[in-house]
Design a protein around this ligand. Structure first.
Ligand code: ATP
Ligand code: MG
Length: 538
């Protein structure tokens, strides 16, 4: 590409001197040959980079997502879902551009600048020095502009994530929005987020336009200077007219290459912000590791909370559990009772290893939970949560969630044990019925029954029921006895506010403000008139 202007200049000189058609044809032939091979090479290089870029983006997204799903729960409480979605959708392509795109531009233009400078020096060293004046001027202007640009770009990215957050929050909670007639409020919130983003974008683009103007003025000034000196050299006879034309062509070319180099550098800077965040996420080690290896063939299901204290990572100064010790025995239903916020669900979360205790230890058959293999532990310890969440997909997929080797009979048996078979059979598509986003096309009780089936299908050694029977019709306590006995000596942790369910438990642990207030059989506790009796009276 760098030899094209040189050949053009030669052709001009041939014309001026009237050297005949053969010499002219040769010169033009060289121009064509150089142009054609340069285009071919540029095309190949461009497609190769596009190819690599698309793959790099995909791979980074994949790695980032698998890094994210393995993070500990505390991470997700500090980072919003919309923020993470925006990182995946917007920042990954930006960051993956850095390597191939900037490398492409930088390599191409570096080669060009070197080649062009050699030709220019050969034509006229004096004019070359003058033309090179543009380089430091451009670099200084770029440096000043880049600092501003990077700041604005980060603000634009954050504002874009902000608009996504409003949409996600409003749409995913549309029922609450409707129930409180909050549509206008949400519209206003979205409008505000959009206006903020637009304002920042306008400012960014305005500053860019001003920068381009200044840059162009600098370029023109240097060009005028070169023309003036070139004219003098023509008069002195140290340069031919063709040479001057070739030089000016080179100067234009070199100018745009220098600009492109500076641009690639700026692009690199602006995308580094995005890449930085992504690498932060990629490199983040989950606080709750999944490195355990133990998977014994038989498990009794004897759970011990040993002097457990715990504070949520979002509020490290507030101890939610303080020195809590109790046991869950195989074949028994142990109920956790206590007022709202006393720490019952937190105990269930610790037993599921959502978090590590701040002090003390949770043991399963005398072994700390962290020593068990991740998949093994979550097959042995199953939870039906306070607000069960299903995934969009069929009822079958929801029950067999996380199990690769689940047979149809097992699914049906689990659905039957959970009392879900009747309503599932009544559906047109039975187990293939789509439950809708987060299971929203089922009633609360149906959702709860599917969630119970999802826990039972694993034949867990330890079953945690956190208010899991609150929406069920019929006799929850009868079903409960069935579930305890169905898996041999199953350990059951029952969290409930229902006096009738509490009375059916083998033992009760009463929590008050994160400490164990009393423990014993329902009859013992009712007799001694302590916290448990007060709880029943409320
Ligand atoms: N993710 C969290 N981050 C910080 N604090 C939390 C978090 N979840 C719960 N808490 C706090 O921990 C305390 C215990 O909550 P927990 O959910 O264990 O109560 P609970 O006994 O299950 O209550 P309920 O009967 O209402 O279900 C509460 O004071 C609550 O504010
Ligand atoms: Mg709770």
């Amino acid at each position: 590409e760098t030899s094209v202007p040189y050949c053009t200049g030669k052709a001009l000189d041939v014309l001026r001197h009237g050297d005949g058609p053969t010499a002219f044809a040769t010169a033009i032939g060289f121009v064509c040959l150089a142009s054609a091979s340069s285009s071919l090479f540029a095309g190949c290089r461009g497609s190769l980079f596009t190819f690599i870029m698309a793959r790099l983006t995909l791979r980074t997204r994949d790695r980032l997502f698998s890094g994210l799903v393995h993070q500990d729960l505390a991470f997700f409480q500090q980072t919003t879902a919309a923020d993470l979605a925006s990182r995946l959708a917007t920042d990954v392509p930006l960051a993956s551009r850095v390597v191939p795109f900037s490398a492409n531009i930088a390599l191409r233009n570096l080669g060009k600048v070197l080649g062009l400078s050699a030709f220019m020096l050969a034509l006229s060293p004096r004019l070359t020095l003058l033309a090179l004046l543009e380089v430091p001027l451009t670099i200084v202007a770029r440096k000043i502009y880049n600092a501003r640009y990077q700041m604005l770009q980060q603000a634009v990215l954050d504002a874009t994530a902000g608009t996504g957050m409003v949409v996600q929050e409003a749409i995913s909670s549309i029922e609450t929005v409707r129930a409180f007639a909050g549509e206008e409020e949400e519209e206003r919130r979205y409008g505000q987020a959009l206006t903020k983003m637009l304002g920042l974008r306008d400012q960014r683009d305005m500053e860019k336009a001003i920068f381009l103007l200044i840059r162009r003025a600098l370029q023109l000034a240097v060009q005028a200077l070169v023309l003036y000196c070139g004219h003098q050299q023509l008069r002195e006879g140290t340069l031919t007219a063709g040479g001057l034309v070739a030089f000016i062509l080179y100067q234009n070319n070199a100018g745009s290459s220098v600009q492109a180099l500076a641009y690639a550098y700026g692009d690199l800077l602006s995308n580094v912000a995005a890449a930085h965040k992504i690498f932060d996420y990629l490199d983040r080690e989950p606080a709750v590791g999944t490195g355990g290896t133990s998977e014994p063939a038989t498990l009794q299901g004897h759970v011990t909370f040993q002097h457990v204290s715990f504070a949520y990572p979002t509020r490290p100064e507030h101890l939610v559990l303080q020195d809590v010790s109790f046991e869950l025995r195989p074949g028994e239903v142990t109920a956790l009772a206590g007022l709202n916020g006393s720490g019952k669900s937190t105990c269930a979360g610790l037993l599921q290893r959502f978090y590590e205790p701040t002090a003390g230890e949770v043991l399963l058959d005398g072994v700390p939970l962290r020593d068990y293999k991740h998949r093994y532990l979550h097959r042995q310890v199953a939870l039906v949560g306070q607000e069960p969440v299903l995934f969009s997909g069929s009822i079958r997929d929801n029950i067999a969630y996380g199990l690769e080797d689940c047979r149809e009979e097992e699914i049906i048996a689990a659905a039957e044990a959970a009392g879900a078979l009747d309503f599932i059979s009544a559906l047109d598509q039975g187990f293939d019925t789509d439950v809708g986003e987060r299971g929203d096309q089922l009633s609360a009780g149906q959702k709860q029954r599917v969630a119970i089936a999802r826990a039972l299908v694993r034949c867990p050694t330890v079953l945690i029921l956190d208010e899991a029977t609150s929406a069920l019709d019929g006799d929850g306590d009868v079903a409960l006895q069935q579930w305890v006995q169905s898996g041999g000596d199953r350990t059951v942790l029952l969290i409930t506010h229902h006096p009738r369910m509490l009375e059916k438990a083998d033992r009760i642990v009463v929590l008050e403000h994160g400490t164990v207030a009393e423990m014993g059989t329902p009859a013992e506790l009712a007799a001694c008139g302590g916290p448990y009796s007060r709880l029943l009276q409320r």
